[in-house]
Design a binder for this molecule. Structure first.
Ligand code: SF4
Length: 464
């Protein structure tokens, strides 16, 4: 295998050229999961992961859910102009849902972009990347049929954290919320067969994972396309009972599909964490209708009551959009009052941003940017206060935490983990800091901030 003319040679090993790749991943956990599997597939084929400035191929996995995320990918792609003019290197591949929306434009604008691949073509990506390196041409793998899927039969053996693993349980979404581009870029809803998911979870635990997160745009509707009646509650129970699985989390849950049956499995299975992300998006029924969300504020509140009655320790997070077209001050205040009434542990807030091709982008009543940003800062101020007061109530409590590794910032013995309710907790590992990652420890919460908790180590459990 030889590099194309005009390219620096990749390192040679036994007559075979091994290409160096570098990955840049933006967006949700699905992108992280897909990237880890591509990373595993390329490593198995003999490619090596390298620093960006040494790479023959830079693989961008980009997000298109928000306009800002897409702009970030676009400006990052533009950075390769001078390198390309000087060295004709690196070649760049654009993958993920941003490829689906920006792919054609990227090809016509940037000669260094040599491959674009939509998320449903992931199974063809490793061959496509090798074709680009071998032949020097361009490869297009965009998703044209929203039901077609080329799966990559590769488990994420090479992943960001050895102790945590992600598994996608369903692809795409059929809900068509009016602001959302996902059904347009990730295609129709398809559940993966349970046997395939369980096999993947087993392979993760065999390679060291203790915590598994099940992923889907709406995990609760898992199995709705099967005739067998096997659904998310059954899958959650089966995953939780697999040997080696110590913690199970899942995202995301659509409020109308989160059932009592699922909440009961969460309550009954010790491995399932009592944490739930239930995006409310607005506290106003009028805006929920315009968003094509299929629940009312009252129905949402009822679901929260049901979940909290079965799971008294529940960590509840949510997503909320402010400044949707036509949102009045009154509608916005309904969102504020919903946050005060529910007291979420955390809310991911966003000012509405138009996504071309979605129905909301052409709705009347678009709000000026200043109004959206002013509402965003008001909602954030309220939620920060709520989160801080909830977190302060945890000071003095003890929890079992999987030590994941060093905290991203801070002193060298500072470790990071997550409470069962999915709050980030930082704690000094002391003289055992280097040995603790991958082990469960008991941490007492000593200090609370709105984005994280700080704790002290009580006693490391001696896990096998
Ligand atoms: S449920 Fe709605 S917001 Fe979530 S991915 Fe589907 S269309 Fe988008």
């Amino acid at each position: 295998m030889f590099p194309a003319a005009g390219f620096d040679s990749a390192p040679e090993s036994g007559g075979i050229f091994l290409y160096r790749f570098h990955m840049k991943v933006y967006g949700c956990q699905m992108n992280v999961y897909d990237s880890d599997r591509v990373r595993t597939a390329l490593t198995r084929r003999g490619w090596t992961e390298s620093a960006e400035d040494e790479a023959d191929m830079v693989i961008f996995t980009g997000c298109s859910v928000r306009g800002k995320a897409e702009q970030k990918v676009w400006s990052e792609l533009g950075r390769y102009a001078s390198l390309w003019e000087k060295n004709r290197r690196p070649r760049v591949a654009l993958t993920g849902c941003a490829a689906q929306s920006l792919g054609e434009k990227a090809f016509s604008r940037y000669p260094w972009v040599r491959l674009v691949s939509g998320p449903r073509h992931i199974g063809l990506l490793p061959d496509g990347l090798e074709r680009v390196m071998r032949d020097g041409g361009r490869v297009t793998l965009l998703d044209e049929d929203p039901r077609e899927f080329y799966s990559l039969d590769e488990f994420s053996e090479v992943r960001g954290s050895r102790y945590r693993g992600y598994v996608t349980i369903a692809h795409g979404c059929d809900n068509f919320c009016t602001y959302c581009i996902v059904p347009h870029v990730r295609g129709r809803f398809v559940s993966r067969p349970p046997a395939e998911i369980l096999r993947e979870v087993r392979s993760l635990t065999e390679s060291g994972a203790k915590e598994v997160t099940l992923l889907g745009q709406n995990v609760n509707s898992y199995g709705s396309d099967f005739e067998s009646g096997y659904g998310f509650a059954e899958l959650l129970r089966d995953v939780a009972r697999l040997e080696g699985v110590e913690l199970v989390r899942f995202v995301t849950s659509l409020p109308q599909d989160f059932t009592e049956k699922i909440a009961r499995v969460m309550a009954e299975e010790p491995a399932v964490c009592p944490s739930l992300n239930l995006p409310i998006q607005s506290g106003s029924d009028r805006i929920l209708r315009l968003m094509n969300r299929k629940y009312t504020r009252a129905a949402y509140m009822e679901t929260v009551r049901m979940a909290r009655s079965l799971l008294p320790e529940l960590g509840l997070t949510s997503d909320l959009i402010v400044g949707f077209p036509g949102e009045t001050e009154r509608d916005f205040e309904d969102s504020l009052s919903a946050l005060s009434e529910i007291r979420f542990d955390l809310v991911h807030t966003a000012a509405y941003s138009e996504r071309a091709g979605t129905p909301a982008a052409s709705m009347p009543g678009a709000l000026p940017r200043e109004v959206r940003m002013e509402r965003l800062s008001r909602v954030n101020a309220l939620q920060d206060k709520l989160t801080l007061s909830i977190n302060q109530g945890l000071v003095g409590r003890r929890c079992r935490v999987l030590a994941e590794g060093a905290a991203p910032k801070g002193s060298s013995d500072l470790l990071q983990g997550r409470t069962p309710t999915d709050k980030v907790v930082l704690f000094p590992g002391g003289k055992d800091a280097a040995d603790l990652p991958g082990r469960f420890v008991t941490v007492e919460i000593a200090e609370a901030e709105s984005w994280c908790l700080k704790g002290r180590l009580i006693d490391p459990e001696h896990c096998a």
